[in-house]
Ligand binder design. Structure first.
Ligand code: SF4
Length: 227
C-alpha cells in the first residue's frame, strides 16, 4: 500500500469535491477542460498577466470590470496599452483598487516585455511591482510553466491542516507543494498546479473561511483544525 501523503490526499479530496476549476478565466470564461494543454495566444497570455497584476489585494470580480473596460477600449494589447496615457489607464482600471499604483506596475511590465528577455521567474521578480505570487501566476497560467502559486488561502488551509506554520515563508510553501509532485512530468505538473491553486481558492471561499465552517467541511476527516 502506498504511504499516506497529506498533500496528495488533500489535492485528491479537493478535486473530487469541487471538480476542475477551469482557470485562468479569459474574457470572463472558465475553460473546464484541457485549458492547461491548449497553447495560449499572445493576446490571451497578456490578458492573464494583466489580470495577475490587477488582482493584487482585490477580489477577482473587481478585476473583471477593469479587464472589460480595457477590452472595450481595445487595450488588451501591449503596443496599444503602451501608447495610453497613464492617468487614463489608471481611470480605466479603477475598479481594481490602488489604480494609480497598478497603472505604474502595468507600465513597468510593458517595459519588461519590450526588452524581449526570456520570461523567467528571476526576470519577472526584477520588475517593479511584481512579487512572487504575481510572478508565479504569470508563469503558471500565462506561460504554462510548472510553478506553484502560493497565496493567503493556500497558507491558511495548509496551516490549519498542520502542514505548515501560520507564518510560513512563501518559498517554503511553494517548495513543499512542488516537491510533492516531483515525480510528475512537466506537463502533468502544470495541470496539477493550475488546478490545485484554484481549488485552494475555492475551498477557502466555501468552507475554510476566516471563520471556518468545519462541521460540514469535506476535509473534516483529514484536518486537525489547527486554528
Ligand atoms: S476542517 Fe475546518 S480548518 Fe480544516 S480545512 Fe475544513 S474548514 Fe478548514
Amino acid at each position: 500500500m502506498a504511504p499516506f501523503d497529506p498533500i496528495h490526499s488533500l489535492y485528491t479530496a479537493l478535486l473530487s469535491t469541487y471538480g476542475p476549476q477551469g482557470w485562468w478565466p479569459i474574457r470572463g470564461v472558465y475553460t473546464k477542460q484541457n485549458n492547461h494543454y491548449r497553447t495560449l495566444s499572445e493576446e490571451e497570455r497578456f490578458e492573464i498577466c494583466l489580470g495577475a497584476i490587477l488582482t493584487q489585494n482585490t477580489a477577482w470580480k473587481n478585476v473583471e470590470k477593469s479587464l472589460v473596460a480595457l477590452q472595450k477600449h481595445d487595450l488588451l494589447d501591449p503596443q496599444k496599452l503602451e501608447r495610453m496615457d497613464m492617468q487614463k489607464l489608471a481611470l480605466l482600471i479603477r475598479s481594481s483598487g490602488y489604480h494609480n499604483q497598478k497603472a505604474k506596475k502595468i507600465r513597468a511590465f510593458l517595459d519588461f516585455l519590450k526588452q524581449n528577455k526570456p520570461v523567467t521567474r528571476e526576470h519577472l521578480l526584477a520588475v517593479w511591482g511584481i512579487g512572487p505570487e504575481t510572478a508565479d501566476s504569470m508563469l503558471l497560467y500565462a506561460y504554462q510553466q510548472p510553478v506553484f502559486v502560493v497565496d493567503a488561502y493556500t497558507k491558511r488551509i495548509l496551516s490549519r491542516m498542520g502542514l505548515v506554520e501560520k507564518d510560513a515563508d512563501y518559498e517554503l510553501v511553494r517548495s513543499l507543494l512542488e516537491s510533492a509532485f516531483a515525480s510528475k512530468t512537466e506537463q502533468e505538473k502544470v495541470k496539477i498546479f493550475n488546478e490545485f491553486h484554484a481549488l485552494f481558492v475555492e475551498h477557502a471561499k466555501q468552507y475554510c473561511r476566516t471563520k471556518p465552517l468545519c462541521e460540514h467541511c469535506p476535509l473534516n476527516a483529514l484536518c486537525p483544525k489547527r486554528l
